[in-house]
Design a protein around this ligand. Structure first.
Ligand code: ADP
Ligand code: MG
Length: 249
């Protein structure tokens, strides 16, 4: 079952041009992004690495429409985010973007099924039960659907969060250190799920990670340093990712 794709005529799901993001003013100003031009084609899995403070989170937030650039443009599925009001931006995020956070961000009072369906409920959309069922089996939490987050392991919670990010069939899923809080077995499970979403569902995934092993699941590796892209290449092994990281300091 492929995702119905709204994409730009170019086939790029996300396009960013000359992004700059300055925090603060005057002498204390920090240029977290200093001119980033990058695009993300449909159905690819991209990992973004870089030293702490290099601008990874800033870039991710701006690409996902959670923050606005100081200058430069972003489009998702052909829609320029800069042209949108806050309300339109919220709607676009709801319809087109999925998020996976390091800390899962599930609502504690809702069970797994309610958490997964929450984005659709908020949007007033009915779930596609067939797609929901397929997702549940894919992430392997059918026997946990009535459990609340506190009754699940970290790995199970993150698998619920992956299903929640995929349930609306977004144009793109952004994942910020999705395996950062997990033991190595659960971490692998979640990374394999993301890989699976790309290979079998045609999902587009952009993942920030500091973990070279996590990056090795991706098709493409971007490296950031000082707010700029310093490497943009094909899939690498964990060792190659580590070497690249060392080379940027
Ligand atoms: P990374 O995710 O790669 O660690 P960030 O994008 O969080 O990097 O930060 C990039 C730079 O911007 C850092 O120097 C950081 O201190 C600065 N920065 C991030 N957020 C803010 C903020 N809200 N106010 C001021 N400076 C910030
Ligand atoms: Mg960060």
């Amino acid at each position: 079952m492929a995702l119905p794709e709204a994409e730009a005529p170019s086939g790029k799901i996300v396009e960013a041009h000359d992004l700059c993001r300055r925090y603060g003013e005057g002498e204390a100003a920090v240029d977290a992004l200093a001119g980033v031009t990058v695009d993300f084609p449909a159905g690819r899995f991209t990992a973004i690495m870089g030293p702490s403070g290099s601008g990874k989170s800033t870039l991710m937030h701006i690409l996902a429409g959670l923050d606005r650039p100081t200058s430069g443009t972003v489009s998702i599925a052909g829609v320029q985010l800069t042209d949108l009001s806050d309300r339109e931006l919220t709607q676009l995020r709801r319809d087109r973007v999925g998020f996976i956070f390091q800390t899962f961000n599930l609502l504690p009072v809702l069970n797994a099924e309610e958490n997964i369906l929450l984005p659709l409920s908020i949007a007033g959309r009915d779930p596609d039960r067939e797609w929901f069922d397929r997702l549940i089996d894919t992430v392997g939490i059918r026997d946990r659907l009535t459990h609340r987050p506190a009754e699940m392991s970290g790995g199970q919670q993150q698998r619920v969060a992956v299903a929640r990010a995929l349930v609306s069939r977004p144009s793109v899923v952004f994942a910020d250190e999705p395996s950062g809080n997990l033991d190595s077995k659960s971490s692998n499970d979640v990374l394999e799920l993301l890989r699976h979403a790309v290979d079998d569902f045609g999902q587009t995934v952009v993942m920030v990670t500091h973990d070279a092993h996590a990056a090795s699941f991706a098709d493409r590796l971007l490296l950031l340093a000082d707010g700029r892209i310093v490497h943009d290449g094909e899939a690498v092994t964990a060792e190659q990712a580590l070497d690249l990281m060392k080379s940027v300091g």
